[in-house]
Design a protein around this ligand. Structure first.
Ligand code: ADP
Ligand code: ASP
Ligand code: MG
Length: 246
């Protein structure tokens, strides 16, 4: 049995229809004989809306309280996705950062991952559950909730892939791969079928947000091959690995 880590970004789970679409993607891969750990972001623009809400209350809100607030976005989306999977007749369980020992430093809103215990995830997989993990969030040594910085769910997925020695780490998003320019802004942008960690790091360093910079750094460090695919099309995506030289 192989283990797949599948990450779904905010636009992939933005509403009811999409939650069921994602649930079906997960179930199909589960039925093909894979153990599935899905890592999920907050729905749509939820994180931005939570930031806006906080500013209406206190523009100097502490980073600690911002993390308590922003992490609720992912808490809601994992529960809803689990409910969708269960509605389709399959067993699923949601897990938050603290429940999987997703240990980070204390730099609230930009925390770095220090350790990760895979025991709970493995226990749930053994029970044939589809495991749905909240991205972006962790816990520090004082049991305070932390977040990894904007776009940090990618890093959660890569960290879990590395810790569990997953057979695949797939980042599902709203574009069908990594391009030389933002395909939403430049219709002539060219898609890469394969790209090296270093080239991808050059792109993320210059602001390309299709993957989070720290996620790519971590993928390179632990040799996690990332596949970027679209939630909305069947198109071939982009593989980010150490083996190609572009
Ligand atoms: P998610 O919510 O799935 O994490 P993001 O919004 O973080 O998705 O990243 C996907 C977006 O990245 C795309 O909608 C696209 O507009 C943007 N993007 C910017 N540069 C690129 C690029 N070079 N290749 C692909 N997508 C890019
Ligand atoms: N929800 C967080 C954000 O909007 C994390 C993520 O989407 O990766 O930045
Ligand atoms: Mg993202």
């Amino acid at each position: 049995m192989s283990l797949k880590v599948l990450k779904f970004g905010g636009s992939s789970v933005a509403n009811k229809t999409l939650l069921f679409k994602v649930a079906n993607i997960i179930i199909n891969q589960y039925l093909s004989g894979n153990d599935i750990v899905a890592v999920v972001s907050a729905q749509g623009k939820t994180t931005n809306e939570l930031v806006k809400k906080s500013q209406e209350i206190n523009e100097f809100a502490s980073a600690r309280e911002m993390d308590v607030l922003l992490s609720t976005g992912e808490q809601a989306s994992v529960a809803l996705l689990c409910m969708a999977v269960e509605k389709l007749g399959f067993k699923a369980i949601s897990l938050l950062g603290w429940q999987i020992g997703f240990g980070t430093d204390s730099e609230h809103q930009n925390a770095r991952i220090k350790r990760l215990t895979t025991k709970r995830i493995r226990k749930e997989l053994k029970k044939n559950n589809i495991v749905i993990v909240a991205g972006f969030q962790g816990i520090n040594d004082w049991e305070d909730i932390t977040t990894l910085g904007r776009g940090g769910s990618d890093t959660s997925a890569v960290a879990i892939s590395a810790a569990m020695n997953a057979d695949a780490c797939v980042i599902y998003t709203d574009v069908d791969g990594v391009y030389d320019m933002d395909p939403n802004k430049f219709p002539n942008a060219k898609k890469f079928s394969k790209i090296s960690y270093d080239f991808m790091l050059d792109l993320t360093a210059s602001g390309t947000k299709v993957l989070n910079h720290r996620a790519v750094e971590m993928a390179k460090k632990y040799s996690v091959e990332i596949k970027v695919l679209s939630t909305f099309t069947e198109n071939e995506g982009t593989i980010v690995s150490g083996r190609v030289h572009k």
